[in-house]
Design a protein around this ligand. Structure first.
Ligand code: FES
Length: 158
């Protein structure tokens, strides 16, 4: 056995397959049906999805098994609501903790700062966001709830 064979064996052992062979095909369901934004299993009660519909970021959630879709951009400073934590049908923005009712889009942290809602449905194991049902606030900015303003102010004072 020459050096080249030893090297191949070593590589094969390290990556768990024959060196030079193609990697195993990724398991999956293939392409989404036309118009679908995600496979159903991608959105669970503990896992949301951020998708783009007509050029707009939309966060899709499942609450007690029922799907809901709202604008992904928080009405405070555009934080990604789809990456927020969810509890009791309320998503908390990961940036500064503003809270939104997932079913209605209502902002629970600030008056008149609802996010827009979207119609969403599920067919044959896939999720479809079919259109806007409400417009969200176009205002941005406002108080932070996480103390960052105080930290920033303190840093500027030094
Ligand atoms: S960007 Fe969402 S709370 Fe600030």
């Amino acid at each position: 056995m020459g050096f080249r064979d030893l090297l191949k064996r070593s590589v094969k052992k390290a990556i768990g397959r024959d060196a030079g062979s193609k990697p195993a095909a990724k398991k999956g369901r293939g392409a989404l049906p036309a118009g679908a934004v995600a496979w159903s299993e991608r959105v669970t009660d503990t896992k949301s999805a951020e998708v783009v519909v007509d050029g707009v970021g939309v966060a899709v959630f499942r609450v007690n098994g029922r799907l809901h879709a709202i604008d992904n951009a928080c009405t405070h400073e555009d934080g990604p609501l789809g990456e927020g934590s969810v509890e009791g049908g309320v998503v908390t923005c990961p940036y500064h903790d503003w809270r939104f009712d997932i079913a209605s889009g209502e902002c629970l942290s600030h008056d008149n700062r609802a996010v827009g809602c979207w119609a969403v449905e599920e067919r044959d194991g896939a999720i479809y966001v079919t259109g806007r049902t409400s417009q969200g606030s176009t205002e941005r900015g406002g108080a932070h709830n996480d103390g960052l303003e105080v930290i920033t102010k303190n840093l500027d004072d030094e």
